[in-house]
Design a protein around this ligand. Structure first.
Ligand code: ATP
Length: 236
């Protein structure tokens, strides 16, 4: 479904992605793990069209998208939940969710159906529907960021560090929701995480990114047993 081919991305003269290739198949959860500054956020930003590659190709459902406008990429089915959630603190929960529909024109009834699905998945958001985004806990904000991404009816959800700044119990709740969402709707997930243990637990396959190069890849269970991964990312 998503195919990234020999992708090179630079900030000015500094090359941050040095020819990475990977795929995400329909309905699959794939994790991209790696340390600080490895290029994970850059990878997601390039797939979603916020950054343009110096060279390489990105295909989505067989079509080239690395030259496509951001809103067209969203409308084609790729949703990006950025690092730090970036919800709108001054808007209510409902208003935040509605910003996720901006990429295409929906009938009112379709929007209501999508809201109903989000509230079914995240009942806490329904309870807080009229509250300002600022008043939500970190975990609720993460749920809201995911809910907002779902409003564009994606086939692929890209999540950048959903565990960031959350307590362990809340991280578990967020990850349970990601799995539930994947199982119930068949949504593909590209998960960027520094919490490698959790990411490997829910992903079918994973890639290790080190200073702009994919150094290891394979089924998550195999990677979780790999001494290099255990040493560098799973605390030995
Ligand atoms: P983190 O988890 O810390 O965000 P990451 O793996 O997501 O790490 P990126 O954010 O993609 O890494 O950053 C990769 C490299 O690119 C880092 O060395 C970073 O300092 C650099 N970088 C990121 N954004 C910019 C920018 N706008 N201008 C210049 N350099 C940047």
């Amino acid at each position: 479904m998503l195919k990234v081919e020999n992708l090179h991305v630079s900030y000015g003269h500094i090359e941050v992605l040095k020819g990475i290739s990977f795929t995400v198949e329909m309905g699959e959860i794939v994790a991209l793990i790696g340390g600080n500054g490895a290029g994970k956020t850059t990878t997601l930003a390039t797939v979603s069209g916020l950054l343009r590659p110096a060279s390489g190709k990105i295909f989505w459902k067989g079509e080239v998208i690395h030259t496509t406008a951001v809103e067209t990429i969203v409308a084609a089915g790729i949703a990006h939940c950025p690092e730090g959630r970036r919800i709108f603190p001054g808007l209510t929960v409902r208003e935040n969710l509605l910003t996720g529909t901006a990429s295409r024109s929906y009938k009112k009834s379709e929007v209501e159906d999508d809201l109903a699905l989000v509230f079914e998945l995240f009942p806490r958001l329904k309870e807080r529907i009229k509250q300002g985004g600022w008043s939500l806990s970190g975990g609720e904000q993460q749920m809201l960021a995911i809910g907002r991404a779902l409003m564009s009816r994606p086939n692929l959800l890209m999540l950048d560090e959903p565990s960031l700044g959350l307590a362990p119990i809340v991280i578990e709740q967020v990850f349970d929701k990601i799995v539930e969402l994947n199982r119930r709707t068949g949504l593909g997930v590209l998960l960027v995480e520094q919490n490698s243990a959790m990411a490997l637990e829910i992903a079918a396959r994973a890639f290790v990114l080190e200073t702009g190069t994919i150094t290891l890849s394979g089924p998550s269970a195999t990677l979780a047993d790999d001494p290099r991964v255990r040493e560098a990312y799973l605390g030995g």
